[in-house]
Design a protein around this ligand. Structure first.
Ligand code: PRT
Ligand code: ZN
Length: 225
């Protein structure tokens, strides 16, 4: 059982955000004894427990109040919020700050020979994506109807495999699109990692610790700029 008096921070266990998340906490002076396979790590010098999970679980853990704060990509956070809203929930959390890593964009990409003029060209097509809600919010603005092909990985191979006409996926350098014969045609969302806090009042000690961390994060990020 986790000790509820200690601040709980959720971060990605292994993936594109985990190294930078760990580094940020270390640069804030938190000494964590990380053991690769462990779900939970304890800070040695502060009352902090680190929960290491799949990034997709982090927004829910914060919104449901299971952890106090979380480090997560805005793309995953926003998709979870839209998904819960679609189910009639009112997901609540506090945005503490944007961080200076994990930058990427969520884009629609099509085979290179696709004749693209405007979002209307996507009407009634099948689009492969991990982010159906962000995609729907974007295309709704243009009254474009589409069919989805939900994939949690290998989205970029969907057109070649005949699963979808176009894709909507994360892009950073563009090399993956290029390697799969795809061309970026619309950027629908720009994302960075961010720090979020659960809704509701925390104990004074916990809130004071978060405030101290935020001041340190501010210093760390400023020093890197
Ligand atoms: O296992 P877990 O569920 O925790 O991890 P995951 O595999 O779902 O996510 P992960 O580690 O790949 O990404 C975590 C977060 O990093 C994302 O939610 C984004 O906020 C951020 N991020 C930043 C990226 C990228 N850049 C990125 N380039 N996430 C994924 N990509 C992938 C993209 O999906 C595509 O396959 O990289 C490929 C494109 O990269 P380029 O450089 O070729 O354009
Ligand atoms: Zn994930």
């Amino acid at each position: 059982m986790l000790d509820n008096s200690r601040l709980r921070i959720a971060m990605q266990k292994s993936g594109r955000l985990s190294e930078e998340s760990q580094k940020l906490l270390a640069q804030c002076g938190i000494k964590i004894n990380l053991q690769e396979q462990r779900l939970i790590a304890f800070a040695e010098n502060m009352p902090i427990d680190i929960l290491r999970v799949r990034d997709d679980d982090i927004p829910g853990l914060v919104i449901d109040g299971v952890v106090d704060i979380g480090i997560i990509g805005e793309n995953v956070l926003e998709e979870e919020v839209l998904s819960r809203q679609a189910e009639g929930q009112l997901p609540q959390f506090k945005m503490l700050r944007r961080l200076d890593f994990g930058g990427c964009r969520l884009s629609i990409a099509a085979p290179r020979d696709f004749d693209y003029q405007s979002p209307q060209c996507l009407d009634n097509l099948r689009i492969a994506t991990t982010y159906p809600h962000l995609l729907r919010r974007y295309l709704n603005q243009y009254n474009v109807k589409f069919k989805t092909c939900l994939l949690n990985g290998s989205v970029e191979v969907a057109p070649r495999a005949g699963l979808a006409d176009v894709i909507c996926d994360l892009v950073s350098s563009g090399a993956t699109l290029e390697a799969n014969g795809l061309r970026e045609i619309e950027v629908i969302y720009r994302s960075k990692a961010c720090l979020i806090q659960r809704e509701g009042k925390l104990t004074e000690d916990k809130q004071a610790l978060i405030d101290k961390l935020l001041t340190r994060i501010q210093g760390v990020i400023q020093a890197r700029e």
